[in-house]
Design a protein around this ligand. Sequence first.
Ligand code: ATP
Ligand code: MG
Length: 615
Amino acid sequence: MTTPTDKDTSAEHKVSNFLRQIIEKDFEQGTYASRRWAGSPGDAAHHAAGQPDPAKIRTRFPPEPNGYLHVGHAKSICINFGLAKEYGGVCHLRFDDTNPEKEDTEYVNSIIEAVKWLGFSWSQAGNDKPYQASDYFDFMYRAAEALIEAGHAYVDEQSAEDMRTNRGDFVKPGVDSPFRNRTVAENLARFREMRDGKLADGAAVLRAKISMQSPNINMRDPAIYRIRRATHHHTGDTWCIYPMYTFAHPIEDALEQITHSICTLEFEDQRPFYDWLMERLCECGLLAAPSPKQYEFARLNLTYVITSKRKLAQLVNESKVSGWDDPRMPTIVGLRRRGYTPESLRLFADRIGVTKSDSWIDYSTLEGCLREDLENKAHRGMAVLDPVKLVLTNWMDAFGSDSYTEACTQPALPHSAIAEGQTPPADRTFLIGKEVWIEREDFEEVPPKGYKRLSPPQKNADGTASAGAVVRLKGGYVIECTGCARDAAGNVTEVHAKVIPGTKSGTPGADSVKAKAAITWVSVMDGVPAEVRLYDRLFAEAHPDAGGKDFLQSLNPDSLKVVTAYVEPSLAQAQPDQKFQFERFGYFVADRLDHVAGAKPVFNRVTGLKDSWGK
Ligand code: ATP
Ligand code: MG
């Protein structure tokens, strides 16, 4: 909850950055101390009638509802909601839905869910309706007329082509439009005709009157309203003129009494216009001073990842992935399905921090945060991903019956993962019997040098013989390898070994025989077949879309491999979305959508145990 009383005191949030310094300086100087808040967004008069604002700062997260949020947005969410929480403020969730064409309620809902899932709330005094910029269209129109009346805006009817030429460029100053010196009355009349649908799309725009000679091209009389006959997902056909983003955004901030409007660096050149507009609208009394201020930070660039909604949409539309929530997608729904936790993404945002210059973050940083979060939380379990059957040939002699089984128990979490005073979770139980599944790679008929897993007795070159390898079935018995069976093609179909009675883990005789290694296994008696989706990075190159290259050429052909594995019963009983550490393999999650506990286990690989990529 981002309520003013709920101050976050966790040590993680203490690293200073330029945004914290700005906020702390504003507190010292009382920049926003006199602000009032009427309980809802509004103009100067509306807020003047309200209370002193109980929120010490107001930030906002303003997505355009035209796609699913991605890991870059997660950074922005953590910054904006995080700062508000930390400093006794409120962060607004606001849909920047001023562009009528590309927006959809499907996206609105997915954004709401993503922000909540990340662990943030925008609720104020029990009201958790997000704001939407399209609610401010009436005010924006009023503001445009106020600018016209004060001589700060004019209707330009140059052709798009002339407007572009006359804007000039970095070396050439712009040229005044022939429409620039229309009278206020003429501008007002023409603007109303725009609004009333008397002019065709594109026939005219309303422009701010600043300076065509400004070295900043964004200050060369930017367009602030355009004609667009399009049905808006919220306001329908009420309007045929729509405000431009550069005009709408500062107004949205001001109506919501935002103090710190935090955005990515590409908006830096827009800041002078932001300030210009705020000053003009305060001068004419429409908005309350002090105005919000814009601050820019470096967007997240993550190696092996694309963070452009347009390109992500292309991956979905061209079926390169199964959807927005494909576990290889860097969308929040994709990361969630892959097995990322809200905690790991918040930790990631904290760790990468906030800077003012662009840089690339290595993908392994993100994976590292996930491992750190799951290390002490994810229950352990055994799974065999590339199974071959191991037969304990002396089982009958050792235990009196081929069908004899024995229960084994192992801790769900290692001792090191249990905090002091915390009750450890219940042990896992699984069976051992005559036949178990082991990894195919855990047997070598002729072992390479240094191989510690299963291999049969060897005849050495010097005529001597060495015994079969002795290893422990982890949590079970010590066994001695005797050989294998092969099919006609020479493939190993069974590995053979002898069980050594009296050596079971956790019994007094456990250490009576020394094992060279402990291998993971799952019994044929109670192991459950499971679909395991071995995900890897979607792109094989660190910078898939660098220099405008076709990112589809960099797709990693091995980003998904599906295997049928055997898992121990505790894993088969997992709840959807439950995370585990498969011993020796890394972190896996029961797929949120496809896994059915007990009946149809489906797991996604989140990440390996160590950073092994490219090694
Ligand atoms: P995209 O380029 O992927 O379409 P966008 O900037 O158009 O992203 P918006 O919905 O406008 O998407 O973004 C909402 C907020 O998220 C903005 O404040 C934007 O600056 C921020 N944001 C978007 N991408 C990133 C990123 N890669 N890193 C940090 N913040 C980001
Ligand atoms: Mg945008």
